[in-house]
Design a protein around this ligand. Sequence first.
Ligand SMILES: NC(=O)C1=CN([C@@H]2O[C@H](COP(=O)(O)OP(=O)(O)OC[C@H]3O[C@@H](n4cnc5c(N)ncnc54)[C@H](O)[C@@H]3O)[C@@H](O)[C@H]2O)C=CC1
Ligand SMILES: O=C(O)[C@H]1O[C@H](OP(=O)(O)OP(=O)(O)OC[C@H]2O[C@@H](n3ccc(=O)[nH]c3=O)[C@H](O)[C@@H]2O)[C@H](O)[C@@H](O)[C@@H]1O
Length: 468
Amino acid sequence: MKITKICCIGAGYVGGPTMAVIAQKCPDITVTVVDINQARIDAWNGEDLDKLPVYEPGLDKVVAEARGRNLFFSTDVNKAIDEAQMVFISVNTPTKTYGEGKGMAADLKWVELCARQIAAASTSDKIVVEKSTLPVRTAQAVKDILDNTGGGRKFQILSNPEFLAEGTAVEDLLAPDRVLIGGDPGPEGQEAIEALVSVYAAWVPRERILTTNIWSSELSKLTANAFLAQRVSSINAISELCEQTGADVTEVARAIGADSRIGPKFLKASVGFGGSCFQKDILNMVYISRSYGLTEVADYWEQVIKMNDHQKARFAKNIIKSLYNTVNGKKITFLGWAFKKDTNDTRESAAIYVADHLINEQAQITVYDPKVSEEKIYADLEYLNTRSPEEIRRLVKVVYDPYEACLDAHAVAILTEWDEFVDYDWQRIYEAMLKPAKVFDGRNILPHEELRTMASAYSPSERQYSNY
Ligand SMILES: NC(=O)C1=CN([C@@H]2O[C@H](COP(=O)(O)OP(=O)(O)OC[C@H]3O[C@@H](n4cnc5c(N)ncnc54)[C@H](O)[C@@H]3O)[C@@H](O)[C@H]2O)C=CC1
Ligand SMILES: O=C(O)[C@H]1O[C@H](OP(=O)(O)OP(=O)(O)OC[C@H]2O[C@@H](n3ccc(=O)[nH]c3=O)[C@H](O)[C@@H]2O)[C@H](O)[C@@H](O)[C@@H]1O
């Protein structure tokens, strides 16, 4: 089947960039991205490409090329579903905050709503593609709903999880390591798989398009995120050991990464991983394992999260300890709030939890992030529900100039590895800070030796994850 019309439900961090790239690479396919969030759709349609709802390097150019040609953003969900041959579900699947599985299971409310809406809006047969990250066997639930409420239309369900990382979404989409498509083994399932393979084959080499059964595809996505997060927790565990023993975690990472079986990527010690997915997907896997009675499997993966929580808390405790066991009334400057560089996304960012810990101790936090707004930072802290909006505004200030942020600070903490932080005039920052000036490099990006030379007050104990 030749696909000429695609609808994608969900215009978020995945739906927006993924569909923009499909539209750019397949000019003969009309791609309509729909969302119930009017403001988000308006922003996707906005004149100013600097204000797209998702900040990703290179995304503005892709959108500029395809939008209005064969890429459209709309809130008319039913119309877009009905017109399409293939409907992607790319809605949020956060951790449940209520009821059975609270704090562990994925909340599939929005996915189920999509399935019901697809069933109700379709006047012809459809291929429905799970793009959201879902618990293994969700396709069965989606199929049940479609088959029982779809008025006799035929639906083929495919799983096509997304592996892009934020900050590099466009390059990941343009040159993916692999595209994964899972589907039903029968002839109709295979035909649906082939239809989606042909879409990607417009720019992805065929040998990089993997096809599997649907359960393998669903589970591979959770497994990939669990393995990646596990590497970060593993190197972070080693960072604590390095701090006690005189080993340098950067050197250890380089040494082990040179082993081709281990490989050099994803071995950067940090203040802890963040982002909307690692924690949620591992918790989901832990929940699924427990539900099958697989206690050891569940406990094994849960440890990745526990180590990450430990790393975030450890960073905050280290700041307090180094500032003579009290941060009450002290100005601590956060450089970075996003969960990683080159994104405006702050979901589950380590900065939120470190800030919360320090605010408990009545620290005065000043935040500078090149891409995150004041409203977002306050909203992140309010979402924790640990204190009133008034108290948050009293203890946390957001500024848009890094040098102003560091003025009269007792300590500067690097929470995100933005490239620009490395290029700052650190002599100037040192001079503007209160003495003894402390720098806590939660990303290990600064030239520590240079800092120590330029100002003897930058003492070795102030550096978190290596000791020269
Ligand atoms: N953010 C990321 O980098 C990655 C996310 N994923 C997965 O992709 C899925 C989506 O994630 P994001 O794009 O980050 O989420 P997001 O929250 O940025 O976007 C989801 C969008 O879906 C919309 N939506 C929800 N229910 C809807 C409905 N019934 N009808 C129309 N629109 C609806 C929301 O308004 C929102 O704009 C999740 O399952 C996530 O785990 C997978 C790979 C990478
Ligand atoms: O399912 C998802 O949402 C996505 O999750 C991650 O992508 P993302 O969270 O956008 O970003 P990563 O580059 O994986 O970083 C995640 C977190 O780990 C941290 N990290 C990463 C690598 C590292 O070596 N050290 C480290 O602390 C980052 O700073 C960040 O906080 C995966 O890399 C993607 O393949 C996946 O599609």
